[in-house]
Design a protein around this ligand. Structure first.
Ligand code: AMP
Length: 426
């Protein structure tokens, strides 16, 4: 292969060890989704670009800079498409398109799958990454907000991450945010000379984003910024107090962070993120979510409240690797069927197939090489046993060699499934 042919920058192959770690996280996510009553669905990997432009907001990074636009090379359709950068907009589009407002509310939905953002790749930031997404559409909360936050926190615990912190804020709603934004803009205007170029531009388009700027020059300016939680309207204040009261009642610990804003336009009120304790400074949230009470209407549906989260699975795998909780050892066969007659691949495959019929993870050595080499390969694979086919086969026996202990004894072929089944490592 010419060296120029590689996985695109910002993407990677999930080789079997890492894929197994992902599969385990997906199983945890789907089991929790079922336990909490979230039904699994899928949306297309690409959608009309307008869905994201409208639903996420044209002046967000995700749409302005990070959208992977899809141009069909031929055909009649001249629609502009984009790979999905997140799941919420697609799920809400599906909710409207399939008339889910007629179902009992809230509609609880969940999906896992790849998302795409044309971002600058770095550790923990990819152009294709995987999320577990959960949405509850049709409940104005605040109890459901707390239930979702608790669900997210439980996922990390069940996945094996014990040091995950919940960070919580309210970002108001269209009733109180404009007045707050005016104060915020006034504050930044008073410090205009200290604002970096990007922040100056954002001040005009999306001033809330300055609060979670990654630029160190902003730290001090932000310390003096007005806090949205000091300027919530009565309804938003009550909602926020309700979310906290429900979390407190469940014994869920969280940290209030008035600087937490979500990068996407459609969020209202509750916003939350999950961080590994001590890793907040790296701007690497493990996951995040929030309420989006205006989104369904914005996309053409009836006014409908909603809340959801998206947890990045790549970052959980990285965090598990970092804490040594890493990768499940999977895939080693319980036995490899080898043979004294290198040419008898038929015999080996027949015996292996019989054992697989009995549900056992078994491999047949299909190479035409000497028995010694076949046995070496079985050991390298991590198999517990070698089933050796030799002359005894004429009387219905095989040799069963314990590759860990080295002992070997003849066993009737008919007894082999039951015997091996007892030995499968759990
Ligand atoms: P967001 O919708 O940006 O809040 O993303 C939710 C979660 O998805 C984040 O907390 C990350 O764990 C994960 N995530 C977002 N963008 C990326 C990326 N480019 N690479 C890897 N994970 C990501």
């Amino acid at each position: 292969m010419p060296p120029s042919l590689r996985a695109p920058r910002g993407t990677r192959d999930l080789l079997p060890d890492e894929r197994a770690a992902f599969a385990r996280l997906e199983r945890t996510a789907l089991e929790l989704a079922a336990r909490y009553g979230y039904r699994v669905m899928e949306t297309p990997l690409f959608e009309q670009a307008a869905l994201f432009e409208r639903g996420i907001g044209a002046v967000t990074d995700v749409v302005e800079k990070e959208l992977f636009r899809v141009l069909p090379s031929r055909g009649e359709e001249r629609e502009a498409w984009a790979l999905r950068p997140e799941a919420t907009a697609g799920v809400c589009r599906a909710y409207i398109e399939h008339g889910m407002q007629t179902l009992p509310q809230p509609v609880r939905l969940s999906l896992t799958g790849p998302m795409f953002r044309y971002d600058r790749p770095q550790a923990g930031r990819y152009r294709q990454f995987w999320q577990w997404d959960v949405e509850a559409i049709g409940d104005a909360g605040p109890a459901i907000d707390a239930e979702l936050v608790e669900l997210g926190a439980r996922f990390y615990r069940d996945a094996g991450l014990t040091d995950v912190e919940i960070v919580l804020n309210s970002i108001g709603d269209p009733a109180c945010r404009p007045a707050y934004l005016a104060r915020l803009v006034a504050h930044y205007r008073a410090h205009l000379v200290r604002l970096p170029e990007l922040e100056r531009r954002r001040l005009e388009t999306n001033p809330l984003r300055l609060l979670d700027s990654r630029d160190p020059a902003m730290t001090e300016v932000n310390e003096g910024a007005p806090r949205i939680t000091d300027h919530l309207c009565a309804a938003c204040g009550e909602h926020f107090a309700g979310v906290r009261a429900h979390l407190d009642a469940m014994g869920v610990a969280y940290r209030l962070e008035p600087g937490l804003v979500r990068g996407l336009d459609y969020y209202t009120r509750t916003a939350f993120e999950f961080y590994r304790r001590g890793a907040e400074g790296q701007q690497q949230a493990l996951g995040g979510g929030g309420r989006y009470d205006g989104l369904v209407e914005l996309l053409g549906g009836k006014p409908t409240p909603g809340i959801g989260f998206a947890l990045g699975l790549d970052r959980v795998v990285l965090a598990l690797d970092a804490t040594g909780g890493g990768r499940p050892a999977e895939g080693a066969p319980v036995a490899v069927v080898v043979g004294a007659d290198p040419a008898d691949t038929v015999g080996r495959l027949r015996v292996a197939t019989g054992l697989r019929d009995a549900g056992l993870p078994v491999r047949a050595d299909l190479s035409v090489r000497k028995l010694g080499r076949q046995l070496e390969a079985a050991v390298r694979e991590g198999a517990q046993f070698a089933v050796i086919l030799g002359d005894e086969l004429a009387t219905g026996d095989v040799q069963l060699r314990d590759l860990d202990g080295g002992s070997q004894k003849p066993v009737p072929l008919v007894d082999l499934p039951a015997l091996l089944r007892r030995k499968v490592r759990s």
